[in-house]
Design a protein around this ligand. Sequence first.
Ligand code: NI
Length: 188
Amino acid sequence: TAYRRQRQMCIRDSFMSVLPILIHPDPRLKKVCEPVSDLDDDLRALADNMLETMYQAPGIGLAAPQIGVTKRMLVMDCIKEEGEAPQPMVLINPEILQSSDDTNEYEEGCLSIPDQFGMVTRPSEVRVGFLDRDGNPQERDFDGLWATCVQHEIDHLNGKLFIDYLGSVRRQMITQKMKKLKRELARG
Ligand code: NI
């Protein structure tokens, strides 16, 4: 997820690297991702690099398919006030266990759809089950921006983008803009 509000925070670690983020439209962003069955050091390193990539973008969430890895893994940190301690999270095989009837509307963006935003309505609270970075099963309740972000990122694991919630005219307009952007990027 990307939001208009910029964040200044950045984590620095020489073992981490910033990965290229796929831009919509890309067939890899439309795939239903495979569950992670072997959480090894390589995958943990990938999660750390995803966090670094997300912080640098800057964004508050990033799903593995956005860096071309079609596995059910995402990272997020929705702390956006400067001076607040970061809360990096790694969610592996996340599953929404419960959703509230109450909804929340947020202006969403996406690191794979740069500089485009749209209002999306989602349940305001969700309970999510997942494996953490160490492979321990966790259950956590999310609300506010965290709830929006985790649902947006889980959508990525099912090949769904926030623009899929918008009207088809708006969706096609954004897709055309992204095709143009990709042509420009390819030309350098
Ligand atoms: Ni996104």
